[in-house]
Design a protein around this ligand. Structure first.
Ligand code: ADP
Ligand code: MG
Ligand code: MG
Length: 199
């Protein structure tokens, strides 16, 4: 079973990975965006870990809803409201249980990903974070490691795609040949799950 501590570790591991990969995320956002994805997420997830330490929410759902709210209020770019919605809606779906199963987390994350699709209007293949999140959620029933691999594959598979949502879509065909920064950071978020589980 996964308790509030697990979800805190998930957010902390994500913040560490985002710090480590910030330059790469910003470099990916340079040819097909405005070169701020790494700094956007660094600001957001640093604020998340600080708030979690201060407010110490004591259920899985409360950890994720607080994290999501914090992302929405600190990240100005498109990714803030999108990741914020992902975590907030996943947290809401977990309710107020003290512990949840991996299966409940997989179901809740699917609800969260659906909310991101509704908010941003992106479908799989549009070259966004959705291209990493959907395969990850599909593989989560198997294991955290399988979800991580699926998300990484999904992110890499955005390279030949033409962007149909977000800033990169303004480039039309010129968005082809570059990996999507948001799909890349989504793969970090999923990889951090495996770290939080200590696998
Ligand atoms: P901004 O584009 O506002 O500068 P970021 O650079 O932080 O924001 O985030 C860009 C990423 O957000 C993209 O790489 C993409 O994965 C994701 N994104 C943008 N628009 C959408 C959308 N409508 N639906 C899903 N993801 C999106
Ligand atoms: Mg950007
Ligand atoms: Mg921006």
């Amino acid at each position: 079973m996964l308790d509030a501590d697990f979800f805190r570790r998930w957010m902390t591991a994500t913040a560490l990975m985002v710090d480590r990969e910030a330059e790469r995320l910003t470099a990916l956002d340079s040819p097909i965006g405005d070169a701020d994805h790494g700094s956007n997420l660094q600001r957001g997830f640093n604020a998340v870990t600080a708030t979690l330490e201060k407010e110490a929410p004591d259920t899985p759902g409360a950890v994720l809803t607080l994290a999501g709210r914090q992302l929405i209020s600190t990240v100005g770019g498109a990714s803030g409201p999108l990741y914020g919605t992902l975590l907030r809606r996943t947290g809401k779906a977990l309710g107020d249980a003290a512990e949840v199963s991996a299966e409940q987390l997989a179901d809740a994350l699917r609800t969260g990903v659906d909310a991101v699709r509704t908010l941003g209007g992106a479908a799989p293949g549009d070259k966004t974070m959705i291209d990493a999140l959907v395969p990850a959620v599909d593989a989560l029933g198997e294991s955290f490691a399988a979800a991580r691999a699926a998300a990484e594959e999904g992110a890499e598979a955005t390279v030949p795609l033409q962007a149909r949502k977000g800033r990169a879509s303004y480039l039309g065909e010129r968005s082809i040949g570059h990996q999507d920064p948001g799909a890349t950071s989504a793969a970090l978020l999923v990889a951090a799950l495996e770290e939080a589980a200590g696998e």
